[in-house]
Design a protein around this ligand. Structure first.
Ligand code: NAD
Ligand code: ZN
Ligand code: ZN
Length: 379
């Protein structure tokens, strides 16, 4: 089958690889119809991880069940399904508590697994014609048959639940003001989720004009951090108090106010100042323990200069980590089915799998409006 294969820094190719097969009675093989490229894929694409050439990328996957293992009970051939990017068992201590991003079974020695992601286990990615899904009864979320809402439903694999998770970590509730840093797909979905949860005022901070425009379109207030300090801009619009809650949807590749220099702790530190005393921060943006591309020796070991003194002084609470997609994907699916949510508004491109190399390059440069790309292996 054809798949998107990592060749080395800034290089992916669509190559022929071995077809996946059922390896365990509770596996299914899914024929992929839609698979999205994520900001998280770019960390590997840029060579800032231990990803090795030959790896198949893709953790945001939707398709139809092509083959079922003998122990699968809830799925049959032809079912349309979307998989959380997390691979999870469903029965370990963390899964039972709903923390499926930290499954203790699927990746021995590490809490959490994912498809096509370095350090997240041996699971091949779904930017391919077929995907093996382990613990299939637990990991497949059934969708209505047909092709309706394909671009909305594929976002249930990651960014819609991840944006929602950012709000859950910050306990965003009715009437609150929320500052979201980052207007990439995750930031936009966090802002969208904050509005769904009844926030009164949602700010979205970025400097890419098309992305800020999308933020405006979903009903948020865009804040351009290249123009002036975002903390001042948000304080000005919250009576000098600051936002009630904050979400970091940028992570360790945060950029300085001017130019392209990275300042890995800059968003965390801006949030500490943006959010009012006793507020809460949700951090779905990625921070890693090792980053060979970081700006200094400490940052290469994942050690950042965070304003912990101010954080403590203000009594702020912080929640972090990968999103437990399974905890929210059924409810968010039903919001889509009932016409109450349309996450595909962040999708900028839908392309055949063969165009993956060009899509990676443009998405990585954030040019030509590349915000969220869906690849269609069957097209
Ligand atoms: N926790 C999870 O489960 C999970 C899941 C998916 C993605 N992620 C992470 O979420 C983050 C965002 O993902 P994405 O796909 O939206 O990425 P993205 O790179 O498309 O978006 C990041 C945005 O942040 C902006 N930005 C850079 N520096 C900034 C600053 N100082 N202030 C404000 N904005 C700034 C960029 O211009 C960009 O638009 C990444 O770190 C990704 O790895 C986490
Ligand atoms: Zn993703
Ligand atoms: Zn588990």
């Amino acid at each position: 089958m054809r798949a998107v294969v990592y060749r080395g820094p800034f290089q992916v190719a669509v190559d022929n690889v071995e077809d996946p097969r059922v390896e365990h009675p509770n596996d299914v093989i899914v024929k992929i119809t839609s698979t999205a490229i994520c900001g998280s894929d770019l960390h590997m694409y840029e060579g800032r991880s231990a990803a090795r050439p030959g790896m198949v990328f893709g953790h945001e996957n939707l398709g139809t069940v092509a083959e079922t293992g003998s122990g699968v009970t809830s799925l049959t051939q032809g079912d349309r399904v979307v998989m959380p990017f997390n691979v999870a068992c469903g029965f370990c201590k963390n899964c039972v508590a709903g923390n499926t991003a930290f499954c203790l079974t699927v990746n021995p020695g590490f809490a959490g697994g994912a498809y096509g992601y370095v350090a997240m286990g041996p699971y091949k990615g779904g930017q391919a014609e077929y995907l093996r899904v382990p613990y299939a009864d637990f990991n497949c979320l059934k969708l209505p048959p047909g092709e309706e809402h394909e671009a909305d439903f594929v976002l249930l694999a990651d960014i819609f639940p991840t944006g929602y998770h950012g709000c859950e970590l910050a306990q965003v509730s009715t009437g609150e003001s929320v500052a979201v840093y980052g207007a990439g797909p995750v930031g936009l979905m966090a802002a969208y989720s904050a509005l769904i949860r009844g926030a009164s005022k949602v700010f979205v901070v970025d400097r890419v004009p098309e992305r800020l425009q999308r933020a405006r379109e979903i009903g948020a207030l865009p804040i351009d951090f290249s123009q002036a300090d975002p903390v001042d801009q948000i304080k000005e619009q919250t009576g000098g108090e600051g936002a009630d809650k904050g979400v970091d949807a940028v992570g360790y590749q945060a950029k300085a106010q001017a130019g392209q220099t990275e300042e890995p702790a800059s968003v965390l530190n801006s949030l500490v100042e943006t959010v009012r005393a006793t507020g809460m921060l949700g951090v779905p943006g990625l921070y890693v323990p090792n980053d060979p591309g970081a700006v200094n020796e400490a940052a290469k070991r994942g050690m950042l200069l965070v304003a912990i003194g101010r954080l403590f002084e203000k009594g702020l609470r912080v929640g972090t980590g990968q999103a437990n997609v399974k905890r929210y994907n059924r409810q968010l699916r039903d919001m889509i089915i009932e016409g109450r949510a349309e996450p595909s508004l962040v999708v900028s491109h839908e392309l055949p799998l063969g165009q993956a190399p060009e899509a990676y390059e443009k998405f990585d440069k954030r040019i030509d409006g590349y915000t969220k790309v869906i690849l269609r292996p069957a097209a």
